[in-house]
Design a protein around this ligand. Structure first.
Ligand code: GUN
Ligand code: ZN
Length: 434
């Protein structure tokens, strides 16, 4: 006899069925809502008044009235080995990599160190309400084993991969084209689609891979079409100049990856600041997606993402922290800075759009719509409880709020980890604010 584990959660309910930039009525809102979870999946989401009568007697209703229930945030670009060097001062991307990033990544050849950092990193994501992330590990395969071991123990849906890097980096972090590909293939076999783990083929960025390494990465991407690809592109002016020098035959930076067959669905490109319209169109046409990293891009002085041009091309876009270049694990703080980046480009990013980008927008960019990112029946029950009165200032601001847009906007601009009251993954509570 099978017994179903049924749980119900009452609160204000928000999720998305479409992109608010392109559709009216893209969001679903129930002021007094109910989320019903059966065996870790969404059974139903709707009005409390309509749904609670359908509940079998004896089902516990967790009372989150006064708080918002929404899908867990999805961070589409983050480096777990960089946890311990977040907020390191430097004069831009390339010196920052040399001075802080490469030395700190060296330590991940030690599985015990990698495991310890992975635990802290996952705690921090969950404290901030992030339930899925696309994660760069270090060049060491054991850093991937440590990461997925930790994320599987918590039942989290995570995408991660071993960095490929066979030139222009310290000897102690260098793999080889063949060795990197062999390790990647073994890791795909060990982790991809095991439980909720999925693998990302991860060339760090074009300057640190030889032609042979990019060629082999492209071949793996073709051989395993449902794996992810993740890398950096067009982040910083000095980096772009370096790429022009290293790959003179390519029309543009994104074209370097295109020539190796790495523009495809499930390819996630970090930053995408210095693209031109041909690049944007090519990304849109191939289903490759952008991970927009505003806290990192402001911190490192890399530049301002152009939301309007990305939307004109209908590129898939998502938001990301890029920790340790990023300065916060919080997707709310990431929205705060995304909003200001858009302002500096002369456009306005509504709060509803930002919450879409951090949930369903990211799921779409990752080809995971229906699995995570919203509350359609059958979706995995990864959700968060957001407290709109979490701080004295948020509570005071809430007194004069007149619309959902204003409420979400205040949360995005003033909120951070303190606004996350609880985090659930696969229907299980994995964090509760004390
Ligand atoms: N480009 C290549 N590696 C990195 C990295 O670790 N962080 C950022 N922000 N950009 C990169
Ligand atoms: Zn990055």
């Amino acid at each position: 006899m099978s017994t179903t584990d049924l749980q119900a959660y009452r609160g204000s309910l928000l999720h998305f069925l479409a992109d608010p930039a392109f559709s009216d009525n893209a969001h679903v809102w129930h002021d007094d809502g109910l989320l019903i979870v059966a065996d870790g999946k969404v059974e139903a989401a709707g009005d409390y008044a309509a749904l609670h009568a359908t509940l079998a007697p004896g089902v516990t209703v967790h009372d989150y009235r006064g708080k918002l229930l929404m899908p867990g945030f999805i961070d589409t670009h983050i480096h777990y080995p960089q946890t311990d060097m977040i907020a390191s001062p430097s004069e831009g991307l390339l010196p920052w990599l040399e001075t802080y990033t490469f030395p700190v990544e060296r330590g991940f050849d030690d599985p015990a160190h990698a495991a310890g950092v992975a635990e802290f990193f996952l705690d921090e994501l969950l404290r901030c309400g992030t339930t899925t992330a696309m994660v760069y590990c270090s060049v060491h395969p054991q850093s991937v084993d440590a990461f997925f071991t930790a994320s599987q123990a918590r039942g989290l849906r995570m995408v991660a991969g071993k960095v490929l890097m066979d030139r222009n980096c310290p000897e102690f972090l260098r793999d080889t084209a063949e060795g990197g590909a062999r390790d990647t293939e073994a890791l795909i076999g060990r982790w991809h689609n095991r439980g909720r783990s999925q693998y990302a083929i991860t060339p760090r960025f074009a300057p640190t891979s030889t032609h042979e390494q990019l060629q082999l990465a492209g071949e793996l991407a073709r051989a395993y079409p449902d794996t992810y690809i993740q890398t950096h592109v067009s982040e910083n002016a000095a980096e772009c100049a370096w790429v022009r020098q290293l790959f003179p035959q390519s029309r543009s930076y994104i074209d370097v990856y295109d020539r190796y067959g790495m523009l495809r669905p499930r390819a996630m490109y970090g930053h995408c600041i210095w693209l031109d319209d041909t690049d944007r169109q090519r990304m849109a046409d191939t289903g490759a997606a952008a991970a927009i990293c505003p806290t990192s891009n402001l911190f490192l002085g890399s530049g301002l993402f152009d939301f309007e041009r990305a939307d004109q091309a209908r590129m898939l876009v998502s938001l990301a922290t890029d920790v340790g270049g990023g300065t916060s694990f919080s997707m709310l703080q990431t929205m705060n800075e995304a909003y200001k980046v858009a302002r500096l480009k002369g456009s306005h990013l509504p709060a509803l759009r930002m919450f879409y980008l951090a949930t369903l927008g990211a799921a779409r960019a990752m080809q995971l719509e229906g699995t995570i990112g919203n509350f359609v029946p059958g979706a995995e029950a990864d959700f968060i409880v957001v407290d709109p009165h979490a701080t004295p200032l948020l509570a005071r601001r809430a007194r004069s709020i007149a619309s959902l847009e204003e409420q979400l906007f205040a949360l995005a601009l003033l909120g951070d980890d303190r606004a996350i009251a609880a985090t659930y993954s696969g229907g299980r509570q994995v964090y509760a604010r004390t």
